[in-house]
Design a protein around this ligand. Structure first.
Ligand SMILES: Cc1ncc(COP(=O)(O)O)c(C=O)c1O
Length: 444
């Protein structure tokens, strides 16, 4: 049995964990039963600190009273009209979102992956109608290491073998480029620019391990997209809505993408809401009947989103994230100084942070094992790949709680790790390939 599961074997959480074997995830073994702000309680009443925020979906904190109030009030009035009719909440949401981010129009969807699909469809349509790309030849360029969701179009851009193997044939019309490499982007635009409709990218790559692009990259992307008449699409589903210390991660270089995709915290951690923002010349390439979703723009989601945006603004969560992020990295860098062999890098913007370990020195222990031990110390963080621990707490977290999180990591490295390395059996030879099946690049 998984070492972490042993902890909860004889507890009330067991039933939940057993039921979860019917699904296909490999979570850190902790059962959420109640949550408030940045705190989580399991069914036994043990308290934990959330250092993941459901991958940025609860930037505002769990069960925020203002968001719950909006949910309750709207649920008692009207929850769904479908797009066959109008409802009186969606226009208010559309007005709030477009004015907040400075775009003409919004196309509302539900999950992040649907938002990405929507942006890709709009971009292809724009490519044929406005750029005059020959029929069915439009190309989308995306980045190696990207994560844009789990639908077929999204995995067709993925370099993660686990995401793609067994799900072919993938969609054609995709080219890959290294993230952060403006010269490579220009090369691809030069070679195939007349057929490229869009460049889709995360301004900070989340799932790849909070990868921050080199300074000037976002500006260079903007300039190249303009020069080659390619739509710049920023997937801000995880990096946006104050997570990185700005409302959008693109704001770090003050660039305005042609399309922005939002999700996760747009629903305040309460209900799935995503949206694509663009100006009329792009968005109106899609005509009535060509795209939509029964639940997209539903009044319940619209009310929740308005409240979620209000909370971000009223509680100055972007500023909070920027300030607390500096503090967290300061604490993490101190830990790195104490354990320079283990920790290769501390990186992040705002409260979007990661600690990358040296796999050789850490071996046979993995980032997942570190997270199990942090959990024992009351802090819930999530690994990405074998060597990276992501530290992305809700933006309402207090300074003391932030320190508790860093202390848990410190104590694991000081007290637990030496023993873990002794007792964990050495890794048997690698059976999986470490190169991307699609682009041949080395994977992490
Ligand atoms: C950058 C990015 N895009 C898209 C998605 C997909 O969002 P969802 O899981 O809501 O479909 C994610 C989810 O983690 C993401 O991080």
């Amino acid at each position: 049995m998984d070492a972490g599961l042993m902890d909860i074997f004889f507890s009330r959480s067991l039933v939940t964990v057993l039921l979860c074997f019917k699904c296909s995830y490999h979570p850190v073994p902790i059962v959420f039963s109640q949550a408030k702000g940045s705190s989580i309680w399991d069914p036994e009443g043990n308290k934990y600190l959330d250092f993941l925020s459901a991958y940025s979906a609860v930037n505002q904190g769990h069960c925020h009273p203002k968001i719950l109030k909006a949910l309750q009030e709207q649920a008692e009035r009207l929850t769904l009209s479908s797009r066959a009719f109008y409802n009186d909440k969606f226009p208010m949401f559309a007005e709030r979102l477009t004015s907040m981010f400075g775009y003409d129009m919004v196309l509302p969807m539900n999950t992040g992956a649907e938002g990405v699909e929507t942006a890709l469809k709009v971009a292809r349509k724009w490519g044929y109608e406005k750029k005059k790309i020959p029929n069915d030849e439009a190309i989308i360029v995306s980045c190696c290491g990207c994560f844009h969701g789990r639908t077929l179009a999204a995995i067709s851009m993925s370099c993660d073998n686990e995401a793609t193997n067994g799900f072919g044939p993938l969609l054609s019309g995709h080219l890959k480029v290294d993230f952060g490499d403006e010269a490579a982007l220009e090369k691809i635009f030069k070679e195939s620019g007349d057929r490229i409709a869009a460049f889709l990218f995360e301004p900070i790559q989340g799932e790849a391990g909070v990868i921050i692009p080199p300074d000037g990259y976002l500006k260079a992307v903007r300039d190249l997209c303009t020069k080659y008449n390619v739509l710049m699409i920023a997937d801000e589903i995880q990096s946006g809505l104050a997570r990185s210390g700005k409302m959008l991660a693109c704001d770090w270089e003050e660039v305005r993408p042609d399309m922005v995709i939002l999700g996760k915290a747009l629903g305040g951690g309460v209900i799935p809401v995503s949206a694509v923002l663009a100006d009329k010349d792009v968005m109106l390439c899609i005509r009535p009947g060509e795209h939509g979703s029964t639940f997209g723009g539903n009044p319940l989601a619209s009310a929740v989103s308005i409240a979620s945006l209000d909370v971000i603004k009223e509680e100055k969560l972007a500023e909070r994230s920027a300030h607390l992020g500096e503090e967290l990295r300061h604490q993490l860098l101190k830990i790195q100084q104490q354990f320079p062999n283990y920790i290769k890098e501390v990186r992040g913007r705002g409260l979007f942070n990661a600690v990358e370990f040296d796999s050789k020195v850490l071996s046979p222990v993995s980032a997942y094992d570190i997270c199990l031990k942090m959990k024992e110390r009351g802090v819930l963080a999530k690994p990405t790949h074998d060597t990276i621990v992501r530290l992305t707490p809700p933006l309402c977290i207090s300074l003391n709680e932030l320190q508790e999180g860093s202390k848990a990591l410190h104590d694991v490295l000081e007290h637990d790790l030496p023993n873990m390395q002794k007792v964990k059996p050495a890794k048997v030879s690698q059976t999986t390939t470490t190169t991307c099946n699609r682009c041949g690049r080395n994977l992490y």
